[in-house]
Design a protein around this ligand. Structure first.
Ligand code: ARG
Ligand code: ZN
Length: 876
């Protein structure tokens, strides 16, 4: 068999044939579903009259084929594993086909499959070709009429996109429902759901006074877990009207929760399908983080109705057009709904850990890749999160008002069309008159740009000279990089006054906080009328997705930590200060020198703990050290053990020095108010639990008692899970084991809680974790076919740095074994799971060899194109 081949953006051609209307009839059966399609097809005006009709289709058994009512002779078409090729077709015609497929054996969870007996679909990006023969590409848009026939007892509920237009009983206990979607759409937005589902219903009145019915469909036992998602949906609908002027366009909006789902959720027109983990919440079963995640994902999928569905992508290279924009929209929504600085801190700390790592590894790719083998491998942090950062930079460059005008123009001009990133950025340039030609490089150049900055204060002239130098490291396939247009939001904080000084550049007063534009390799900005020596506060609110290096002293950082007017940079100064201390300790550990705690970090923490800081959520973030993964990102070669030891040393030193303060914070932030996912309550819980984490770093007796009490009180899952995690991650197995057992038994019936139970155990630092993973993979609650379970158990283990990177290589081997098994069952999940092994270049030689050996072992298998593409890049 030959290796899978890439497709190239530069080969894009408009479709030779368009489908204007699609009618589908599904006769559902687990092993033999029949799908009849009637496609109204037209030749594209610019296509050659001799052009053949080429339809995608995979894993289908063709039963019949006809054009304008006449069955096609065998010689009239060719069929391969991937396409149906008809050489000679009229200019306009009706193509009728019938195929058979087996949802129950579809473990890839793409196309039509079964989850817990329920039928559901996932078509983005290229799943529709597993449902019927069709031009499966986003630039073919049709109206759809869909009839679903199912068993009235096992599938009482039959759903598809759009509006219900007919339903009724049939023979043999069967029944049907017909749905019509009046909005032309690409087939990746098609959806069907059938099963024994129950609904929660609500309504929303749109800004123009239309009443929209909102339905959340779940299995009966989950009816009590829908309230937060429904409330989030209504908030998102109102926010999109107010913020972007976007109104919903059907009379019905449905969300369905399914247990087996490859990703978070999917924006199918009028019928969003969600991973149950991304929609179900209850105070007793879901943490604050889960509540916030649900709110963000519900909003994200809803926002796609405009940024994605009404205006969609021309081809999959443009994926970030809809995803980057929509992530930016959901980030702003969550910031407006909760604590804006905390939202930014959390997003950026995740971004700098995970996206930076991706952008520095063998699978690094631009926001708009120019080729791919398997598009599912490109639903990445780069396309989504870096894409969102680039849209955010546009907002920063244009200002909100022009950005909004650009967005209005984009939606108006391209409504109902499948477009490109140039179309989007073009609207932004057109309304603002900002030249965005250099800015476009953000879309084509991979890798994280680094800015080396230095500054000098000239007392004699009252000037501050800031020099910024940018470089983007080489990435696979891109050795030479051009300078980018980087918006650097900044201030100069006076060391005497502690205040932002007025920025005057080339005689122009810019205010206290301004965006300067770095466009060349190196630029010096001379600020005049600077009355006192300043410390620069650079890249405020993380105004560009770059690594910024500035030779701050620890005194500078301690100063910014308390004086910077930008909340994000205050947090970042604390992180930088902690990093300097951690670097010293990592070096001490490697050199076998005694570790000494930097007293400046202790004092900075003491100030934080005792100053009456009003925003508890920000305070909790400021008291949290950089994660081991983030620290690793900063090292040229990752020393897993030294990082762990250094970070533990800092945690323990802080806990010893500030023990009483942590106890006081813990006590002051207890509450027996009934649970609500409000920003105030969430802030209080996170602060309390951060304090408890420090106390448990030294296994403080009182801390242990707090944990036991908090666990036993069963007040809400945030507190219960946190207490249980701290106990399980401590050496107090005498308390932890019974608690873990009780928790596992209590929640054995709830898959989403069992996911948490798995994760808690396999993320502990003790060396017995590998054996636990092996043991838990045999647990009745585990299933390798369920992506959530794989992520909760095996994925979480691969994030457990000291245990996954064991020097005997058994952690790597375990992951490789699971990847090999999943490669057959679910290639998309397998290709994601292998990621940690692809980062082998970052480790010491011994681990490099062990990791490579496992990649080579995987490579010897008959691989799916998904895993093939990732492993091939990793070994290149
Ligand atoms: N468009 C969906 C979202 O971002 C994700 C679809 C993922 N599809 C996939 N095959 N991985 O909301
Ligand atoms: Zn999305």
């Amino acid at each position: 068999m030959s290796d899978p081949q890439p497709v190239y953006l530069s080969d894009y051609q408009p479709p030779a044939y368009l489908v204007t209307h699609t009618e589908l009839t599904f006769d559902l059966d687990p092993a033999a579903t029949r799908v009849k399609a009637r496609l109204q097809i037209e030749r594209h005006p610019s296509a050659d009259s001799q052009a053949p009709l080429v339809l995608n289709g995979e894993h289908l058994t063709l039963i019949s084929l006809a054009i304008d009512g006449s069955p096609l002779a065998d010689a009239a078409y060719q069929l391969t594993d991937e396409v149906l090729h008809i050489a000679d077709v009229p200019e306009t015609f009706m193509l009728e086909s019938e195929v058979e497929l087996a949802p129950s054996s579809n473990t890839a969870l793409e196309g039509l499959y079964q989850s817990n007996g329920m039928y559901c679909t996932q078509c983005e990006a290229e799943g529709f070709r597993r449902i019927t023969y069709y031009p499966d590409r986003p630039d073919v848009m049709a109206t759809f009429k869909v009839t679903v026939i199912g068993n009235a007892t096992s599938e009482p509920v039959l759903l598809a996109n759009g509006n219900p237009v007919d339903q009724g009983a049939l023979e043999n206990g069967r029944h049907f429902a017909t749905w019509e979607d009046p909005h032309p759409k690409p087939c990746y937005l098609f959806a069907l759901v059938a099963g024994n589902l129950h609904k929660v219903e609500d309504s929303f009145e749109t800004v123009s006074g239309r009443n929209v019915t909102l339905q959340l469909w779940v299995e009966q036992e989950n009816l009590d877990k829908t309230e937060h998602a429904m409330a989030s949906l209504k908030r998102a609908m109102a926010w999109d009207e107010q913020t972007y002027g976007r109104e919903y366009d059907l009379d019905l909006f449905m969300i369905v929760a399914v247990n087996d789902f490859n990703m978070g959720a999917m924006e199918n027109k009028g019928l969003n399908i969600f991973n149950s983990a991304a929609v179900l919440t209850h105070p007793n079963t879901a943490t604050d983080a889960a509540f916030q995640n649900v709110e963000g994902i519900v909003a994200h999928e809803y926002f796609h109705n405009w940024s994605g569905n009404r205006v969609t992508c021309r081809d999959w290279f443009q994926l970030s057009l809809k995803e980057g924009f929509t992530v930016f929209r959901d980030q702003c929504f969550s910031a407006d709904t909760n604590s804006a600085p905390v939202k930014r801190i959390q997003d950026v700390s995740f971004f700098r850990t995970a996206q930076f790592a991706e952008d520095a590894g063998p699978t690094a790719h631009p926001i708009r890749p120019d080729h791919f083998i398997e598009i599912t491998n490109f639903y990445t942090l780069t396309i989504y999160e870096k894409g969102a950062e680039v849209v955010r930079m546009l907002r920063n460059l244009l200002g909100w008002e022009d950005f909004r005008r650009g967005s209005d123009l984009y939606f108006e001009r391209f409504d109902g069309q499948a477009v490109t990133i140039e179309d989007f950025v073009g609207c932004m340039a057109e309304v603002s008159d900002v030249d965005l030609s250099q800015f476009m490089r953000w879309y084509s150049q991979a890798g994280t740009p680094e800015i080396d900055a230095h500054g000098e204060y000239d007392y004699a002239h009252g000037e501050y000279h800031l020099t910024l130098r940018q470089r983007t490291p080489a990435t696979p396939g891109q050795s030479d990089k051009l300078p980018l247009h980087i918006p650097v939001r900044m201030g100069l904080v006076g060391t005497k006054s502690g205040q932002d000084l007025t920025l005057t550049l080339l005689g122009e007063k810019l205010g206290n906080d301004a965006v300067i534009h770095l466009t060349e390799d190196e630029q010096t900005f001379v600020f005049t009328d600077v009355a006192e020596a300043p410390v620069p506060s650079l890249l405020r609110d993380f105004s560009a997705p770059v690594k910024l290096h500035f030779p701050y002293s620890r005194e500078d950082l301690a100063f910014l930590l308390t004086h910077d007017s930008d909340g994000f940079n205050r947090w970042d100064a604390g992180q930088r200060l902690a990093m300097l201390a951690l670097d010293d300790l990592i070096a001490a550990h490697r050199n076998g020198v005694e570790k000494v705690m930097d007293s400046r970090v202790v004092e900075a923490f003491r100030t934080l703990l005792t100053s009456a800081m009003s925003d508890k959520a920000v305070l909790a973030e400021m008291l949290t050290l950089p994660s081991e993964a983030y620290i690793a990102e900063q090292q040229p070669i990752v020393d897993v053990d030294a990082i762990h030891a250094a970070r533990e040393f800092v945690r323990q030193s802080l806990a010893v020095a500030l023990r009483d303060e942590f106890v006081a914070v813990y006590k002051a932030n207890q509450s027996d108010e009934p649970y609500a996912p409000t920003p105030e309550q969430i802030a209080q819980r996170s602060l309390k639990n951060v304090a408890l984490t420090y106390l448990m770093a030294i296994e403080d007796e009182e801390g242990i008692t707090f944990c036991e009490t908090q666990f036993a009180a069963e007040h809400n899952m945030t507190d219960v899970r946190h207490a249980l995690t701290l106990l399980v991650h401590s050496d107090r197995d005498d308390i932890a084991s019974p608690a873990l057992k009780a928790f596992g038994e209590k929640w054995a019936h709830d898959p989403l809680v069992m996911d948490q139970w798995f994760t808690i155990q396999v993320s502990r630092p003790q060396p017995d974790v590998l054996e636990r993973v092996q043991y838990l993979m045999q647990h009745p609650a585990f299933s390798i076919k369920n992506p959530n379970k794989v992520r909760a158990l095996v994925g979480a283990f691969a994030q457990n740095r000291i245990n996954f990177h064991r020097l005997d290589g058994k952690g790597y081997a375990l992951l490789a074994d699971v990847v090999i098994e999943l490669n057959r069952l679910n290639p998309e999940i397998a290709a994601r799971l292998v990621t940690p092994l692809t980062r082998w270049q970052r480790f010491d030689e011994e681990r490099q060899q062990l990791m490579r050996d496992e990649l080579v072992r995987i490579k010897q298998e008959p691989l799916s194109s998904n895993v093939f593409e990732v492993v091939e890049k990793a070994l290149a």
